[in-house]
Design a protein around this ligand. Structure first.
Ligand code: GLA
Length: 394
């Protein structure tokens, strides 16, 4: 059943709007975003679709492919249990209310996705952005794509309760086909970098997720904040790790707690790698970009300690293949996926050989996905629709 058909079957009416937002891949900039450094990502050709209808009743009805219809009267309180996925769209609704969205009435929302979940490709940010686009269109509110990204991140931080940075929402909002997105997380500005047609992005999903992944992410966040405090005690006078250079850092590194020093060294080095990658991409130097990606992974593994054996194994195999320019863990870490930047000569045959080596070692195949860069969140049907998306979702 297509999304539209399910919407009709569930709510006995047609949706006003269908919006789509892409998943994202983090190309480089691991845990740099909430430290106010830069990050480079890409919107990918896997999307979350949201169909939405504004209704006069003060009620919010949600339909997904995996659970029963959830009906909510009190939109201001996060839900728990099996309906907790509605906190993403509800959180976005609350963020938009704070920005002046008309508060009368409610909506019906149905969602469908071809972003693999649990692969570190940010299906949650895509759900937030598609919801934000659809609500704005149905309620006739005008906000820029950046404002939608910021409102969506606020939903995730405050309503869902995950202290993420702006990477996921920023890229899902600002993605551009044929390009990578560079985000300056301090000034909340984005720009795009053309990705030559001879490059490919591949995802290898371990399907592993550390049971403590949320709390480990928060712990790293806290360690970065503590590192800033210790650096200030050493006379650095900084507001965030992005205020440090490696050179200044090395002068005081030995005075810090060893774990905090490693966390800070990773973030500070990674920030510098992002800027080098940007320049190298602009120069078309794919080989040198690839080396920075491998260096990023080594830093995550050794200093930030957010890798796992399965991710390291994938990166090691990929590093031994001449068709692969670079590879690294992508996203928060502690499981999830590896992304590889390859040349055209890396085909499915090579991807299969990586998968079978992995299977030989861990007894289970990784998910393998070749991604193409895609545009950011947009309306695909209904008012102001300017676009269509090739999709089997209908
Ligand atoms: C997750 C978060 C992002 C970012 C990455 C790590 O994907 O949602 O904000 O911090 O981890 O770079």
């Amino acid at each position: 059943m297509s999304l539209k058909e399910r919407f009709r079957a569930n709510f006995a009416a047609a949706p006003d709007i269908i919006a789509a937002a892409p998943g994202r891949v983090e190309v480089i900039g691991n845990h740099t975003d909430y430290n106010l450094g830069p990050v480079i990502g890409a919107g990918i050709d896997r999307h979350v679709f949201v169909a939405l209808r504004r209704i006069p009743e003060r009620e919010f009805r949600f339909s997904s492919t995996v659970s029963d219809i959830a009906t909510v009267q009190d939109a201001s309180t996060p839900k728990s249990g099996s309906d907790s996925w509605v906190n993403y769209p509800l959180g976005v609704y609350n963020s938009l209310l704070r920005r002046g969205l008309a508060s009368e009435g409610g909506f019906e929302l149905a969602v469908e996705s071809d972003v693999p979940s649990g692969a570190g490709l940010s299906s949650s940010a895509a759900l937030e952005l598609a919801t934000a686009k659809a609500i704005c269109a149905a309620f006739e509110m005008e906000l820029s794509s950046w404002e939608l990204a910021i409102a969506s991140r606020e939903a995730e931080n405050e309503f869902v309760g995950v202290p993420c940075g702006i990477l996921d929402q920023g890229v899902s909002a600002m993605g551009e086909s044929g390009h990578l997105v560079h985000i300056d997380c301090r000034n909340m500005e984005s720009s795009v970098i053309p990705l030559g047609r001879s490059y490919s992005i591949w995802i290898f999903n371990t399907h592993k997720k550390h049971s403590l992944v949320e709390s480990l992410y928060s712990e790293r966040h806290r360690e970065c904040t503590e590192a800033v405090a210790q650096l200030n005690r050493e006379g650095m006078d900084i507001a965030c790790l992005a205020d440090m250079t490696s050179e200044r850092f090395e002068r005081v590194r030995d005075s810090l707690d060893a774990t905090l020093a490693n966390r800070a060294a990773h973030v500070i080095g990674e920030i510098e790698r992002v800027e080098r990658v940007r320049t190298l991409l602009e120069q078309g130097n794919g080989d040198a970009v690839g080396k920075e990606l491998f260096a990023s992974h080594a830093s995550s593994r050794n200093l930030f300690e957010n890798s796992v054996e399965e991710l390291d194994y994938l990166v090691d195999i990929l590093e031994s293949m001449p068709q692969v320019l670079g590879a690294r863990l992508t996203g928060g870490g502690f499981g999830g996926a590896v992304m590889a930047l390859t040349g055209e000569s890396f085909t499915e045959i090579y991807a299969d050989s990586v998968a079978s080596a992995y299977r030989g070692r861990f007894g289970q195949s990784p998910g393998v996905l070749q991604c193409h860069t895609a545009d950011g969140a947009r309306i695909v049907e209904g008012a102001e629709s300017s676009d269509t998306i090739e999709s089997s979702l209908g």
